[in-house]
Design a protein around this ligand. Structure first.
Ligand code: FES
Length: 229
């Protein structure tokens, strides 16, 4: 974990997702799904903002998250990271699926690119087809999601904590379930203190007891989460 300062180069909206551009930080190697805790000194901010890297161009980085509207070019930001557990996609996997549950899934983009870089097949299950999705990605409607259990070797999803039961139902799974392939989900929940304050806001119930999404996640194995029947 490192810390430092970035200057905002640009902010923009892609679809409905806010994007922040900063100078590239090539010495940092965040895994897809890991995050940075970021704040702007001098502003009356209650909490740091959790930002996910979506594009690591060699001269700039693009990040997404709940970016305050008053963060504008030239403002200097303090950051620490990368934090938490990211996605773990083996380079041997050849059949991948992605499910941005009820959102655009922009923070899945680096993982999509990682899968494509090793010539894995990539299927995107959503009614939302963002314009930043690489053209080699196959897009299927969410109603076909149960089929994924028959062919995928790996599935990555994003989902708010309180919507996880809906994701499980959409997959056609019944509680309790076990899976014969890796299904990882980035659990979207406030990462208020990023583990520094032990605030517990990010608590997630798992088969191994309560975990903290800020440190033990935000990426979890779906079959390790304790979900209400
Ligand atoms: S966000 Fe405070 S303990 Fe996780």
């Amino acid at each position: 974990m490192a810390e430092g300062e970035w200057e905002i180069l640009e902010t923009r909206i892609a679809g409905s997702e806010p994007i922040l551009r900063i100078p590239a930080a090539p010495n940092l190697k965040p895994m897809p799904g890991q995050y940075f805790q970021v704040y702007a000194p001098g502003f009356d901010e209650t909490f740091a903002v959790s930002l996910f890297l979506i594009d690591n161009h060699h001269t700039y980085w693009d990040l997404t998250g709940e970016i305050p509207v008053y963060w504008t070019p030239g403002i200097r930001l303090r950051w620490r990271g990368p934090l938490g557990r990211g996605f773990d996609l083996s380079p041997n996997i050849r059949k991948t699926a992605f499910v941005p549950w009820l959102d655009h899934g922009l923070c899945l983009l680096p993982l999509v690119q990682q899968a494509l870089s090793v010539q894995a097949a990539v299927v995107w299950y959503s009614h939302l087809v963002p314009d930043w999705l690489p053209p080699t990605v196959e897009v299927l409607p969410i109603e076909l999601l149960p089929d994924v259990l028959n062919w995928a070797e790996y599935l990555a999803a994003t989902c708010e904590l309180n919507h996880l039961p809906e994701l499980v139902a959409a997959l056609g799974l019944k509680l309790p379930f076990s899976l014969n392939f890796s299904l990882e989900v980035l659990v979207q929940t406030p990462l208020v203190c990023g583990g520094i304050g032990e605030c517990g806001v990010c608590s997630v119930k798992t088969r191994g007891g309560w975990k903290q999404a800020c440190k033990d996640g935000p990426v979890f194995d779906l079959d390790q989460l304790e979900l209400a029947a």
